[in-house]
Design a binder for this molecule. Sequence first.
Ligand SMILES: [Fe+2]
Ligand SMILES: [Fe+2]
Length: 445
Amino acid sequence: MTLDERVDAASLQDLASFDPDEMVADLDQIVESPKVSLRDLYYRWERTNWSAQQLDFTADKTDWDALPSDVAERLLWVMSMFFHGEECVTATLAPWVDSAPSEEMQLFLATQLADEARHTVFFDRFFGEVIGASGDMRDRLEWCRPRVSAGFEKTFYEMLPSVAKEVRDHPRDLAVFARGVAMYHILLEGTLAVPGQKFILAFCRGRDVLPAFRSGFTAVARDESRHVGAGVRILQELIARDPSCIDAVQQLIREGLPHAIHQFQPPNADFTYLTVLGYDTVELFRFGLFSLNKRLRAAGVPFPKLDRVRLPVLEAEPTFPDRPLTAVQELMRPMRDQITPALVFQGLPMAFNPAGAKGLNGRYQFDITGEGGGTWVVAIKDGTCEIAAGPGDFDWRFELDTDTFIGMTTGDFMGQEAFMLGRVTVEGDPILGMAFDQAFTPSLE
Ligand SMILES: [Fe+2]
Ligand SMILES: [Fe+2]
C-alpha cells in the first residue's frame, strides 16, 4: 500500500500509530502532485470523515495529570493557541465559501468548514476532559485566552478578520481571493499549523502519552494536509487565470509573515517554552519557513522579499535551554573582551565551509550600531566567501548593536533567539537568510 492509501484507509485508532513525518510526507505528496484535483480532495474528505465524539480521553487525563507542571504549562501555551486558532478559523471561513470564484472551490471549502468545526470540538473536549477547564466552550476559550501570545492576537484576531472582510466584500474577485487563500491556507495552515502538529505529535509519540489526543490530532493533521493541498491547487488555478494573483499572494505574505513569527515570542523571554517539545528555535524557524517556501513554489509564487522586520523588544531577563556551543562560539568565547565586529569579519573567511555553502549564492549585509560598529557585506558565491565594505546590494540584511553581535558570536544566544528578543532587524529573502549559518558550520565527517 502506498502512503496515501494507508493514510486514506486509517481508522481513528490506526492514526495514532503514524509517524508525524509520514503526515508531513502525505501533505507534500498532495501539494506536489498536479494530478490531485479539488474534486479528488473532496472525495478524500468523504472517505476520511472522523468523529471527535468517539475519542475516549480517560487515559489522556491520567497522562496529563502525571506530566511535570513545567512541561504541562508549556504544552498548554501551544495548545491554547491551537484551540483558539481552530475556533477562529471556523468562525471566519464562511466568506471564502461565499466568494469562491468556481463551484469546485466552493464544494471543497464547504467540506473544510465542517472540518474546522470538528477540530474546534476536538480541542474543546480535550480542554474540558483532560486539562479540566470547566463551564461551556466560551468559558474554556476565555480561560486559556491569557496564554495566547501578542503575535497570535495580531494574526488571528486582527489580520484574519480583516482579510475575511475583504474576501466577503469582493465576491469572485480573483486577486482578492488569492490574497485570502494565501492568508488562510498558506500562512495559517501551511506555515503556522504544520510545524506545531509535527512537533506536538512527535512529543506525544516519543513519550508515549495522550493516546486519544494523538489519534485525534493526527486526524486533524490529515484534514489540514487536504486543506493546504486545496489551497495550493486554488492558487495555481487563480494564477493561471490572472497572473496578477502572484503579486497579491506575495503582498499578503510580506504583511502576515512578521505577525506569524511574532506569535512564537516566548512568554517572559523564556525559550524553554519553544524547546519543551524537543526541538529548538532554529529548527522551528527552518521547518516553518521551508514549509511556506514549498507551498509557494508549488503554487508558482517566488518567495517575496521581506521589508524590515523587528519584533517588539522583550524586556524580561531571557532564559535559554542548555545546548552545546558551535565550534566558532567555542573558539570566540574566551576572547570575548577583545572581540570587535571588525575582528570577527576579518576571521570569518577562515570559518567558511564550502561544503556547507554548496549551491549558495548570496550577499549578506550586517549593519552594526554602537561602539566598533559599521557595515560589512559577506559575499558567498560558488563556494567562496569574501568580506567587502558596505553598504551595497544585499539579499539579506541584519541590523543589530555591537553587544548583541558579540553575544551571538560568543554563544550567549543564537541569531534566531536574538531576533525573537527584538534585538535584530532583518530584511530581504529569508530563505537565503536561513542558509547563512550553514555556510559557517563545519560538515559532519
Ligand atoms: Fe483546523
Ligand atoms: Fe484547516
